[in-house]
Design a protein around this ligand. Structure first.
Ligand SMILES: Nc1ncnc2c1ncn2[C@@H]1O[C@H](COP(=O)(O)OP(=O)(O)OP(=O)(O)O)[C@@H](O)[C@H]1O
Ligand SMILES: [Mg+2]
Length: 260
């Protein structure tokens, strides 16, 4: 089981766009995929077609932290990806974790391990995180085998990346299965000398962690979210290019994890 935590404290960098479309791409290569929406904004759940008014708080990670088996929270979607949906009441999740035994740090890891042991596990689990550090991210990193960080060509994003790498280094002490951070360049266009200088700085500092696949800005990604479809279902002129890139990302991640 590979558990990918898609994280970065900086908002709007493409975490949910990558989490949802990567999940569907993994399902298309015949892997059994679960997406766990850990963001009270519920964007990933909605993108996968879940109607949030039909989700109860304890159908979400709030239930899992209180000991509800993961299998009871999982629901199918039309994209062949199972989902544990989020609920707006998850704004209270950090406080719930802090007051749980051991700050709930192993709540997700234990739930995933139990599901795996009962034969109800998944090949791939993708965790979509909110733009925040704190207890939810810590719980996700304690369960993850790899962290995926989307970055754009902006200095503030690099500060968040540095903070995330520090958090992953800390998490590694309690989760030896966590292999580190892989960086995806998203909404990336090398337009001028400033962008090239930024990319060079990124390569110099984080070269071994950079994934080869680079996602450009494409309308298909923005519009697919609006109609609650992945880019694999959404028909538009630039969707084919984006699909190819997500399949490349799948291959790259599987190769990395098989080599590890
Ligand atoms: N490669 C891309 N091309 C075009 N639009 C994109 C791309 N990546 C992300 N977007 C758009 O940017 C916005 C933010 O993306 P997204 O919601 O995935 O970011 P996020 O990191 O999950 O945000 P948050 O931090 O709020 O959870 C959305 O409107 C999304 O459609
Ligand atoms: Mg998001």
């Amino acid at each position: 089981m590979h558990v990918y935590a898609v994280a970065l404290e900086k908002g709007g960098v493409g975490k949910t766009s990558i989490a949802v479309n990567l999940a569907v791409a993994f399902a298309l290569v015949d892997l059994k995929v679960l997406l766990i929406d850990l963001d009270a904004q519920c964007h990933a759940s909605q993108w996968l077609g879940v109607q949030i008014d039909q989700v109860r708080p304890d159908d979400s990670m709030l239930g899992v932290v209180q000991g509800r088996p993961l299998a009871e929270c999982i629901r199918p979607t039309q994209e062949n990806v199972a989902v544990v949906p989020a609920h707006p009441a998850m704004v209270g999740l950090p406080a719930m974790l802090v007051s749980a035994p051991n700050s709930g740090i192993f709540a997700l890891k234990n739930a995933l391990d139990k599901a795996q042991a009962s034969g109800a596990g998944h090949d791939i689990v993708i965790l979509d995180l909110a733009p925040a550090r704190g207890p939810v991210q810590a719980t996700a990193l304690a369960a993850a085998t790899r962290c995926i960080a989307p970055v754009q060509a902006e200095d503030l994003v690099l500060q968040s990346l540095k903070a995330l790498i520090d958090s992953v280094d800390q998490a590694h002490q309690i989760n030896p299965r966590l292999r580190g951070v892989s960086v995806v360049r998203n909404r990336y266009a090398l337009r001028g000398t400033v962008d090239h200088a930024y990319d060079q700085a990124l390569c110099d500092e984080y070269g071994p962690q950079l994934l080869r696949t680079i996602l450009p800005t494409r309308a298909a990604l923005r519009h697919a979210a609006g109609v609650q479809q992945s880019v694999f279902r959404y028909a538009s002129p630039d969707a084919a290019e984006v699909r190819t890139l997500f399949i490349e990302l799948v291959d790259e991640l599987l190769q990395l994890d098989e080599a590890a």
